[in-house]
Design a protein around this ligand. Sequence first.
Ligand code: CDP
Ligand code: MG
Length: 163
Amino acid sequence: MAEKLIQRTFVMLKPDAVQRGIVGNIITRIENAGLKIVGMKQSWADSEFSKKHYSDHVQKPFYKGLEEFITSGPVIAMVVEGIMAVEIVRKMVGSTEPRKALPGTIRGDFAHHAYEYADKKGIAIKNLIHASDSEENAKKEISLWFKDDELHTYKTVHEMHVF
Ligand code: CDP
Ligand code: MG
């Protein structure tokens, strides 16, 4: 069934995106691709919540800086729906290190941070956006960040041209 290819993915605009005032620019890219926003809120994660969201990274050397970064201000949490949305949004986001992220990607166009610089300063890579890396992780992250009644099913006016 073609409908099985329609996925939901979790997207978070990190504190640097909110504080730089480029949330609108980033969301526009998601809308321009014909993806549908089915949940969105502003939220300020604390240390405990950060450890849940980044449970795979808690033991890694960069986690301390990552937690400081992600809890440093409010984020925009979103659930985005579309055909193979997990893969599509990761493609739009680009590589983790903005220095290497290609032009045309969100991290490549709006940031230029590098591992070498971040590591020397003992801070996280400031790369604006998180997106789930698999359908399994998308499901976990969506249920961590959103209650069922915060997610919405509706039709966009241009849906007939996309689906
Ligand atoms: O976000 P993405 O899935 O591309 O990368 P990740 O490997 O899952 O790492 C999560 C986040 O940790 C990154 O987006 C960076 O903000 C941060 N990070 C870092 O500061 N230094 C590293 N060496 C690796 C990741
Ligand atoms: Mg990741």
